[in-house]
Each structure stands twice: as structure tokens, then as C-alpha cells.
Design a protein around this ligand. Structure first.
Ligand code: PLP
Length: 398
């Protein structure tokens, strides 16, 4: 069972830190360890390195560096945008988001409800798409902010952010997008997007975990979420995480040069993996629409098998994928994203997400296509209750 091979197909969960990124951040932990806010010479290098990183991340999204606020993670960025909108508009107590947002956002909005705010979760269709009319209808005079993700982390499905932002602008409502899965995979230009706030997280971009950013459009009202010293132009307290900010900057610079590779080579690998699985494994169905979606992600359901069982056997072959399921106190709950899309339970319980990255090769895809089909067959044959006629019918009905 000792397997040297590692086929990492879970890049939407986190990515391996690029060697160039490690190299760029190390001097901040050794030579340039000063506090960037101090007045003496020791502070100059870290302050300068943060300024450069700010320019690098700004370039990735077409922003002015002055409109970048570094945070501790993508979750903080998302929370900060919504919290700030409510704080800046105390008479507006309604928030609009969607049923397929990242779990952190869903929980944050649940928390808002407990604090007396009102929320609307926009639905999606079977392809994971959103209806612009639903947003039009949901906006109320007391809506403080609309927060909708750009790319779904489980299915890769893209929301039409430019159009969603335009609707909000025309109705005078702030708009935030969680673009965490988009960075490095598709070009981002905050100006043409027309968003007020946009979140990124560095660890989805070949930098370390624990650093993120929030873009705040010039002129958009903003109140800090973490209150402290005057760091980040007073928009986020706490001494800067210099090393990780520098890492984020370097990763952003690398990502700009790799978007083409993601959209040609990685996309082709994803497509051949998806095609291979759907062609060789019976009763396997892709979850989510074909286009537009991220170039690296596919989510496939296998009727009548438990995703966790497949993942365990894949892991023994050195393959890392994900079920998108949330494990709550031992019971495995099907993904809230697939449930919201209306994927039948028998399929959503057996659904896997494969998210490729720049390190993947054709050999990785070949390995999965060799190992996965016998694993699924084995589990289906071992299943005490094989797929009944009614269930099989249900599973094929859509
Ligand atoms: C990973 C992820 C987050 C959370 O980012 P962290 O930096 O891990 O807090 C939020 N939204 C999406 C879409 C993500 O993929």
C-alpha cells in the first residue's frame, strides 16, 4: 500500500505552494523581520515589499493598489464586505446571496438572521445557473448588499457577475463577489466587472493558507471588520503578515503568466478526464452545466455508491479528490450545492469533484482513468442493496 505516486486533483480545496513563492517570502522571515509600520531603517524593506506585493495583486485584478485591503483569508474578506455594508447603511437590514455560496458565507448569513437581519438565498437551476430575474425580484428598498460568488468551488459553474453587478448598480445596491476560485484561472478586471467589492484567497493560487484580500472600489463606503492600528490605510487593523503578503504578491504575478496554460493545457486535461469517466463508467453523470465554467473543475455523480468510499479507495492509489460533502458528527450530508441544484439524492451522495491544477499531467489523468472504473464497479457489486429499478429510473430521469 505504500504508494509514492501522488495525483493531486483537489486544487479547489488548496494548492501546493509554488517554489518561487516560497523563495520570495523567506527573506521576510529571516533578514527583513522588522515591523513595516516602524520609523527606523529596519522597517523600510518590509514596507517596500508589501507595497510591491500590493501592486502585484492589484495587477492580477486590474485594480489600483490603493484599493486592496489585505486580510487573513478569503472567509474574512467575504465576511468583511457584508458586515461593512450593513454597518454603513444602518437602516438597511436585508442581504441577498445564493444557495450555492461557500459554506462560510451561508453560515455567516445564517448568523446574520439570528442577529435580526433578513436574508434572501437566490435559487439555482439544475445546471447550477442563476436567473437574473430572481435577483431583480429579490432586491428591496432595504437591501444593503448583494453577495454572489463568481465561480462555484464544487462545480466550477460561473455566475454572470458583470450582469449581476449591473443590476445592483442600477438599483443602487452594493455588490460583492467571491472571486476566490476565479483567480489565476480566468482574467479578472474589476473595472469592467463593475463590482464594489471582490474577495480573493491566496492559498487557491499557489501561495500559503491564511492570507486573502478584499478589493474595495474607490468611493464605495467601507468600515473595517478588524479594528486596530492604522494598517491598510485604516481599513484593516493588525500588524501585516509580511511574509504571506509577499507570497501572495509573487503568486499573483506567476498566476498572470499562467492563465493561458490553465485555459489550454489544464482545460484539455480536465475535458479528457471528464470524457473518459463518463464514457467508461455506467450511470455516471456530470453535475452542473457545461459552459461557462472554470477550466479546471469537473463534478461527477456515480449512482448507487457512497462518495466517501470511492475517495478512500482512490486515496490508496495516491489520488486526492473531494466529495464536496460536509461531515457533520459522523453523518455524511450530501453537498448543499448539489442539493440546491436538485440533483437526485442517490447521485449527489455519490458525487466527486476533481479540480486540476498546473502541476497535473496526462499521466495523472491516465492513472485516474485506470483506477477509478474498477473501484466504482467493486463498490457497486459490494453494495448490499444494489440500485433498485425505481432508483435507477429516478437517477436517469433527468
Ligand atoms: C476556499 C474558498 C473560500 C474560503 O477561503 P479561505 O481563505 O480558505 O478562508 C471562500 N469561497 C470560495 C469560493 C472558496 O473556494
Amino acid at each position: 500500500m505504500s504508494n509514492e505516486r501522488l495525483v493531486y486533483l483537489d486544487n479547489n480545496a488548496t494548492t501546493r505552494v509554488a517554489p518561487e513563492v516560497v523563495e520570495a517570502m523567506l527573506p521576510c522571515l529571516t533578514e527583513h523581520w522588522g515591523n513595516p509600520s516602524s520609523a527606523y531603517d529596519l522597517a523600510n524593506a518590509p514596507a517596500r515589499m508589501i507595497a510591491e506585493a500590493r501592486e502585484q495583486v492589484a495587477r492580477l485584478i486590474g485594480a489600483d493598489p490603493r484599493n486592496i485591503v489585505f486580510t487573513s483569508c478569503g472567509t474574512e474578506s467575504n465576511n468583511a464586505a457584508i458586515q461593512s455594508a450593513l454597518h454603513c447603511n444602518p437602516t438597511k437590514r436585508h442581504v441577498i446571496t445564493s444557495v450555492v455560496e461557500h459554506t462560510a458565507n451561508i453560515k455567516f448569513c445564517g448568523q446574520l438572521e439570528k442577529r435580526g437581519y433578513e436574508t434572501t438565498f437566490l435559487p439555482v437551476d439544475l445546471d447550477g445557473g442563476i436567473d437574473l430575474c430572481d435577483l431583480q425580484d429579490a432586491i428591496r428598498p432595504d437591501t444593503a448588499i448583494v453577495s454572489l460568488m463568481w465561480a462555484n468551488n464544487e462545480t466550477g459553474v460561473l455566475f454572470p457577475v458583470e450582469e449581476l453587478a449591473a443590476i445592483c448598480r442600477s438599483r443602487g445596491v452594493l455588490f460583492h463577489t467571491d472571486a476566490i476560485q476565479v483567480a489565476g484561472k480566468l482574467p479578472i478586471d474589476v473595472r469592467s466587472l463593475g463590482v464594489d467589492f471582490l474577495s480573493l484567497s491566496a492559498h487557491k493560487l499557489r501561495a500559503p493558507k491564511g492570507i486573502g484580500l478584499l478589493y474595495v472600489k474607490p468611493g464605495a463606503p467601507f468600515e473595517p471588520y478588524i479594528i486596530g492600528g492604522g494598517q491598510e490605510r485604516g481599513q484593516r487593523g493588525g500588524t501585516e503578515n509580511v511574509a504571506y503578503i509577499v507570497a501572495f504578491g509573487k503568486a499573483a504575478e506567476l498566476a498572470l503568466g499562467q492563465i493561458d496554460d490553465e485555459n489550454t493545457r489544464v482545460r484539455a486535461l480536465r475535458d479528457s478526464l471528464e470524457r473518459g469517466i463518463l464514457q467508461t463508467i455506467r450511470s455516471s453523470v456530470r453535475n452542473g452545466g457545461g459552459e461557462p465554467r472554470l477550466p479546471n473543475t469537473t463534478n461527477i455523480g456515480f449512482d448507487g455508491v457512497e462518495a466517501e468510499a470511492i475517495l478512500l479507495l482512490l486515496d490508496r492509489e495516491g489520488i486526492c479528490a473531494s466529495s464536496g460533502s460536509a461531515c457533520t458528527t459522523g453523518s455524511i450530508e450530501p453537498s448543499h450545492v448539489l442539493q440546491a441544484m436538485g440533483v437526485p439524492l442517490s447521485r449527489s451522495k455519490g458525487s466527486l469533484r476533481f479540480s486540476l491544477g498546473l502541476d497535473n499531467t496526462k499521466a495523472d489523468v491516465d492513472w485516474v482513468l485506470k483506477k477509478l472504473p474498477p473501484i466504482v464497479s467493486r463498490l457497486r457489486n459490494a453494495s448490499p442493496k444494489p440500485l433498485g429499478q425505481a432508483e435507477a429510473h429516478l437517477a436517469n430521469a433527468d
